[in-house]
Design a protein around this ligand. Structure first.
Ligand code: GLN
Length: 301
């Protein structure tokens, strides 16, 4: 009996090009974030996508060599790394696993939750988890995470030092407030090293190929990390797009994670990964063009 090829791997380049062109058009309604100076200068029109299917098919379109910081797209991978290194108990003693109702950097949400981050996909959760990454300082911690990810994914992530300088040039008061509140509630020991590590891992950068390869780690996971990948995909599905996660689940139904750079990663379990980059964001901080594209793919796959 002939096994049918996956729908993802039978997507046609012309189809992808049509969707991507429309995605660029739709992205005009989005905003470029201004709180990180170097991100504020991003090219609104830039668009890149790579789709990798489990059978080896790769489909790309747009500025595929353009590198960008992962920003919050790194969060599921911080979680995966720590689940593999430290185990579930250490991770979920530190962060919850429920969807949030407020913005990704909301102090009110953290206060309602008595200082325990609601989940690993919002800033408080990722800052708390950054403090658990092994290593004697932020540089070493980020190196440990980056090396592990590049090994797992065969990717070439690097720290964009200029982006990091830009992040540090305008200290993010909201993230500081989150870190200090977690120290007060006893969920964080050292706010400085946690934030320094968090800012650094957010500046791990690559192109859409690197991002799609990271996604394939979650799809192709062998027995050793399979259970942890399942946990990560579940949290991406329920929390990956912040307070828009529930709405997105109804419309698209795929685990996804966005970043303020305009990066967006989604996986179709058992089929493949879709990575895109398009800077304009909607009011929740998710890439307008990237979400549009995912919606189109989900309709046919
Ligand atoms: N480094 C960014 C911040 O803390 C990441 C947030 C994001 O991508 N949503 O604001």
């Amino acid at each position: 009996m002939k096994t049918s090829t996956s729908k993802l791997s039978s997507l046609q380049p012309e189809q992808l090009a049509t969707w991507a062109t429309e995605a660029i058009n739709r992205s005009k309604s989005g905003q470029i974030p201004t709180y990180i100076p170097l991100l504020a200068g991003a090219d609104r029109q830039c668009f890149a996508v790579q789709i990798r299917a489990i059978d080896g098919q790769i489909l790309s379109w747009g500025s595929v060599d353009k590198t960008f910081p992962l920003m919050s797209v790194v969060k599921p991978f911080v979680l995966l790394y720590l689940l593999c290194e430290l185990g579930e108990k250490a991770v979920f003693d530190c962060v919850g696993c429920d969807p949030s109702e407020m913005a990704f950097n909301s102090l009110t949400q953290l206060e309602i939750d008595k200082g325990k981050p609601r989940n690993p996909m919002i800033n408080s959760g990722a800052i708390a988890l950054a403090s658990l990454i092994p290593g004697k300082n932020a540089v070493e911690r980020c190196q440990n995470l980056g090396n592990w990810l590049n090994q797992q994914a065969n990717s070439q992530l690097f720290v964009d030092e200029l982006m990091l300088d830009s992040v540090n040039a305008m200290p993010n008061q909201k993230n500081w407030d989150l870190a200090l509140a977690m120290v007060e509630w006893g969920y964080l020991e050292n706010s400085e090293i946690a934030l320094e590590t968090y800012n650094r891992v957010c500046c791990l950068s690559g192109n859409v190929e690197d991002l799609a390869k990271l996604g394939m780690v979650l799809v192709n996971s062998g027995e050793a990390i399979g259970e942890n990948c399942r946990t990560v995909k579940a949290l991406m599905a329920t929390c990956g797009l912040y307070e828009a996660s529930g709405r997105f689940a109804v419309r698209v139904g795929l685990p996804a994670k966005s970043g303020v750079s305009g990066a967006l990663l989604s996986v179709i379990p058992g089929e493949g990964a879709i990575a895109s980059y398009s800077p304009p964001l909607d009011k929740e901080g998710n890439s307008v063009g990237g979400l549009f594209l995912l919606e189109q793919i989900a309709r046919v796959c």
